[in-house]
Write a protein that binds this ligand. Sequence first.
Ligand SMILES: Nc1nc2c(ncn2[C@@H]2O[C@H](COP(=O)(O)OP(=O)(O)O)[C@@H](O)[C@H]2O)c(=O)[nH]1
Ligand SMILES: [Mg+2]
Length: 301
Amino acid sequence: MLGVFKSLSDGLAKTRKNIADKLGTLILGRKIDETFLEELEEALIASDVGVETTSFVLKDLTERFKRSELSTPDEVRARLKHLLLGILASTTSKFVVTATPSVVLVIGVNGTGKTTTIGKLAHRLQSQGKQVMLAAGDTFRAAASEQLSIWGERAGIPVIKHQEGADPSAVVFDAVTAAKARAADVLIVDTAGRLHTKSNLMDELKKVKRIVSRELPGAPHETLLVLDGNTGQNALVQARMFHEAIGVTGIVLTKLDGTSKGGIVFAINKELGIPVKFVGIGEAIEDLREFEPKEFVDALL
Ligand SMILES: Nc1nc2c(ncn2[C@@H]2O[C@H](COP(=O)(O)OP(=O)(O)O)[C@@H](O)[C@H]2O)c(=O)[nH]1
Ligand SMILES: [Mg+2]
């Protein structure tokens, strides 16, 4: 597969299997009946679409089935697509960095893919012609800022960092100052998912955010929460926690390539109303896709 871009459809293969296999049995001559609808419900739950979304979808399909409005597999698929798209369309919102400089704060639990996502996003913005800078705000261990530096070096992007254990707010202060001085277009701030001290992670992140907006009014322009697609419903718990404490403008859902639980996108939209802005479908630099509801639903079904 060298030189071939992984498509969203490739990335979603495992999740698609759950739902599409179920629809596939219809194409093989299976009748639409109540047992089929129950099995479809199980398939949706297994994909982590969430209880609210599943019951919303099933209620609609069941009513239509009873009114004899659904008989062919194509009709079921089309209706399902329409319903799922409706859920995503209600909270769609694009990633925007128009101010110069713009600050993008990246937060989330350890291991969800923050640093990797920053590498991919930096590459993406740079290839759109933007001057990018990175701030190594995860000072928990030296390896964290080294990892960010490697991504930066690969792309020739400057990384502002301090020593291990340094105050993240001090790193961010320096980084915002440097971004202003060098007239960078976008400063992306990495943060820790845990801390050395007993002090609360949320308090630390609040402080980082406060420094950013003090040094640059209007910033951060985007606060992206990174969630690991494998964590399923727990991702919702994390999202509520970070959103309440910090305020999140968009979600990056990573590792969709390794999970059959990609349906969590719908639960995030329906239950939290926070837009998913990017999805991660692999570890390589180009494996970040801007989230497009229609493309996503098409890839899924
Ligand atoms: N398969 C896959 N792995 C990913 C993706 N995003 C991140 N990872 C991996 O997840 C692990 C943790 O990522 P990292 O960026 O260090 O997480 P952080 O602790 O939040 O900064 C690394 O091994 C990454 O390569 C993705 O979209 N797909
Ligand atoms: Mg990291």
